[in-house]
Design a protein around this ligand. Sequence first.
Ligand SMILES: [Mg+2]
Length: 237
Amino acid sequence: MREQRSKGVAGTAEGDGEASLGAAFVIQWVNELASAVRDQRDYLTQLDAAIGDADHGINLDRGLRAAVAKLEGMEQEAPGIILEAVGTALTFTVGGAAGPLYGSGFRDLGRALGSKERFGPEDLLVALRSGLGAIQKLGAAAVGDKTIVDAFVPGLAAFERGLRAGAGWPAAATRARQAAEDGMRATVPLQARKGRASYLGPRSMGHQDPGATSTALLFSALERAAGGTARAVGEPP
Ligand SMILES: [Mg+2]
């Protein structure tokens, strides 16, 4: 992975809607996510300690390590197959509510890409939409419920706007990461309506949602894999 990065953007052609993404790109995306979650593990767990059961960082880190291990030797597989494998690994190793949510999200993302070896940003948009659909189908959450969805929906919308603006897909990925982080921060004042945090009622207000935070990391990892200049979501100052 480090070698790939030193060669620049993994598997992309410059800029436009025809950019050709492949297995190297999706593997880099997952590796970037795994490394971001490893870096932010304690922060995610601390967020979950405030309004959940203090395991989000630990669980997601364990699941992504398993996913990364599973990707060894899959470089020749179709990107969709790789992402489905990531979904399956997450479903079986993350646990809690996040495991099935991220697991089904990645699985449907992969399924949407099918068995083709190369894909473009428009295909990625469709696949991300499919992943979000799986998450919403399972979690029945809408924007404002203080969940993953609060970062995913604006991130996805900004990605689409960025593609339509024609500034090149890495720029669209940057917009997506920024919007996902805005969505993440916007969960702070909300009262949780889904998941374990909802049991706290009004006491869930004033805390950033851990799921929205890990989803911001997902978009940050996408930006990095796209060759953009993502920074870590990090602790607030
Ligand atoms: Mg938890």
